[in-house]
Unconditional design. Structure first.
Length: 452
């Protein structure tokens, strides 16, 4: 999807945080959309040139012109027009709206925008009605958009409600075909961590099958985000996680992640596997790492699953996904080495992947009792097999069954890097946005040109 196409299409972006700003960079580079309308929802600085100043400089990725054309490039922002609230970014007209915070009040219809990316992180519940006074993702639809892409996982506040039929979570190259243009109006692009995790898990599931994965656990060692504090401050009223008010500069901070739950939406097989997901924030601006640990049912103690097999699975899988989405590396990388790497959802660190195989002992007495219980109940599904626990007397005496069977089990640990901002997530979000825009054209939903 790297070819340039100069066609008359418009894109709306709600927000101007990290993902929104870098999405603008990515779309300006891609040039699928000839015009972009960015809703900031508030005044920024003292004049429009202050927005240009913010957009063309970045502490993590350098100058916009250097990102586009290299170290000798000249400035790419021109024609700053205070009256229209617009300027041109490398040939792409970009208009900034600075009055409406509620999606339902944004002038998408007036500006001829029918496809919107919401990157605010504020409107993530697909069940909230468009007219909600606090704002809602569906408000974009009421304001004229026909499709809305969320740059975050859906999160339904009311646990009694299910996912609406017109909402779907997809990741490019994993399950993007699940998107139905005639049915789905709201599309979540999941998260940066879920995207990387999906590309780490999918090749292994395709090779081994879900039945051989006994358990899974992941830890993301994640770069800082703008939700964290530069310096310590007093927690907000009602805060339950006091660590979020501690300095991101000076601490390794434990936090939570919804990656395990979101992964089940894009790879349903994972819902049958016990999965734990943890997150640790570290003081770097971007560039993150997933450490994935799997317990695999093996077939042999003499010829077990080993590192070479795991690495070979990933080497072969590279060609099964869109070009650049999965990268296998045998280099000794550090986090800054993958910052800005285009479209790499995951960079597998083959040099550090490792396995260990051992025999798990299962008492025959307990196994026989469980089988009898199954037979007497008329059940035949092996998934229903539950081994009985030790009796109180067994626990007190420390006695164990005298006969065992041994089953080979391999623990595999896989490392995957990802640029949680521009290189991985934002570029994947760009490709998802372009793919939906193309389908909108096929469905005769091409954005209406702005009339004079």
């Amino acid at each position: 999807m790297g070819e340039q196409e100069a066609v008359s299409k418009k894109l709306g972006i709600n927000g101007l945080g990290r993902i929104a700003k870098l999405s603008l960079w990515s779309h300006v580079e891609r040039k699928y959309f000839s015009e972009i309308v960015v809703n900031i929802g508030r005044e920024v600085g003292g004049r429009l040139s202050d927005i240009a100043h913010f957009i063309e400089r970045d502490s993590s990725y350098g100058a916009l012109q250097n990102y586009l054309y290299g170290s000798r490039a000249a400035r790419v922002i021109e024609n700053i027009d205070e009256k229209s609230g617009s300027f041109v970014v490398d040939g792409v007209k970009t208009t900034f709206l600075r009055s409406a915070r509620n999606p339902a009040h944004i002038d998408w219809r007036k500006h001829g925008v029918e496809l919107v990316v919401d990157a605010t992180g504020k409107f993530i519940d697909p069940t909230v009605a468009a007219e909600d006074p606090k704002g809602a993702l569906r408000g974009h639809l009421a304001a004229g958009a026909k499709k809305v892409i969320l740059s975050a996982p859906f999160k339904i506040k009311d646990k009694a409600l299910g996912m609406p039929a017109d909402a779907v979570t997809t990741i490019m190259g994993i399950n993007d075909t699940e998107y139905d243009p005639k049915k789905h109006l709201l599309v979540s692009n999941a998260s940066c961590t879920t995207t990387c995790l999906a590309y780490m898990v999918k090749p292994l599931l395709d090779y081994f099958g879900a039945d051989r994965v006994l358990s899974a656990a992941m830890t993301t060692v994640h770069a800082a985000t703008s939700s964290q504090s530069v310096l310590d401050h007093a927690p907000k009223a009602g805060a339950t996680d006091l660590r979020k008010s501690r300095s991101v500069f000076n601490n390794i901070i434990l936090t939570s992640t919804g990656a395990a739950k979101a992964l089940g939406l894009v790879i349903p097989e994972m819902n049958s596997i016990g999965f734990i997901a943890e997150s640790v924030r570290v003081p770097v601006t971007t560039g993150s790492l997933i450490i994935l640990a799997l317990m695999l049912q093996d077939k042999s103690l003499t010829e077990p699953i080993n590192r070479e097999l795991i690495n070979d699975i990933y080497k072969r899988a590279v060609s099964h996904f869109p070009e650049g989405y999965l990268v296998f590396s045998n280099e000794q990388n550090v986090s800054s080495d993958i910052v800005g790497l285009p479209c790499a959802a995951a960079v597998i660190e083959g040099h550090e992947n490792h396995t260990r195989t051992s025999a798990v002992r299962i008492g025959l007495d307990y196994l026989a009792d469980a089988v009898k219980k199954l037979e007497s109940s008329g059940q035949t599904d092996s998934a229903s097999l539950e081994l009985p626990s030790l009796s109180r007397r067994d626990k007190a005496s420390g006695s164990r069954p005298q006969k065992f069977i041994e089953a080979p089990v391999t623990q595999a640990v896989i490392y995957g890097w990802y640029d949680n901002e521009l290189g991985s997530y934002t570029n994947m979000l760009r490709d998802r946005t372009v793919s939906i825009a193309r389908l909108m054209e096929r469905e005769n939903l091409r954005p209406v040109a702005l009339r004079d």
